[in-house]
Design a protein around this ligand. Structure first.
Ligand code: 3PG
Length: 207
């Protein structure tokens, strides 16, 4: 198991973040770190993503930081320049995967069926995002693929406090991604105490 998988596996849950204002990133990272989840997958769904990553990296050099929703090589470059440890993409794009491999940057691309798993394996990958997990058949689909393929999965998309333990109970799952503990409105409105409670709740659920 890679060092990255091991670190994610210890955390069990990876907060998936869409942040609109990079100035709020450090406080958000502080809330995550102080409440047992020193990790952030900052999605490139907002303009602020790269600067948010840079701010978090500077304030919390040890934090595990990824870029999410990375769709092309230019975003890979932006994410690496900002200081990420890993990259996540919603789908399986061989061009983006190849580019990350050239740049020696771990990528966890999204797959949701056997053909995509095999294409990813052919490119030397053994760590994949199962996305969107719930609409793609959820735990049952994941179990069926786990029976066949020697890969590890990070289910994301519809994972929530009610089903996260079911996902984590599947042998191939090393961690789950999700937005439920970092809702955008709480970040926008700087409701840090409520965020802290949600993050603490994750630790309780997966303990
Ligand atoms: C992602 O970008 O990985 C997903 O949007 C997260 O899905 P969720 O909002 O259902 O957790």
């Amino acid at each position: 198991m890679s060092n990255l998988n091991a670190r994610m596996g210890e955390l069990k849950v990876i907060p998936v973040i869409a942040i609109k204002d990079a100035d709020k990133a450090v406080k958000l990272a502080q809330v995550l770190s102080e409440n047992g989840l020193p990790c952030a997958e900052v999605t490139f769904r907002t303009e602020a993503a790269a600067q948010a990553i840079r701010n978090i990296r500077e304030a919390f050099p040890e934090m595990l930081i990824g870029a999410g929703t990375v769709l092309n090589a230019a975003q890979v470059d932006e994410a690496i320049d900002a200081g990420v440890d890993f990259i996540v993409s919603p789908g399986f794009n061989p061009t983006t995967v190849k580019y990350c491999q050239q740049r020696n940057m771990p990528i966890i691309p999204g797959v949701n069926n056997p053909s995509m798993v095999e294409q990813a394996m052919e490119m030397g990958l053994d760590t994949l995002k199962f996305f969107p997990a719930e609409p793609s058949g959820g735990v049952n689909m994941l179990k069926a693929m786990t029976a066949v393929y020697p890969v590890s999965f990070m289910p994301t998309g519809g994972v929530n406090p009610a089903n996260v333990k079911d996902y984590l109970g599947v042998k191939s799952v090393f961690a789950c991604g999700g937005t439920w503990m970092v809702p955008g409105n709480l970040i926008d409105e700087e409701r840090w105490d409520e965020l802290a409670e949600l993050v603490k709740g994750v630790a309780d659920i997966v303990a």
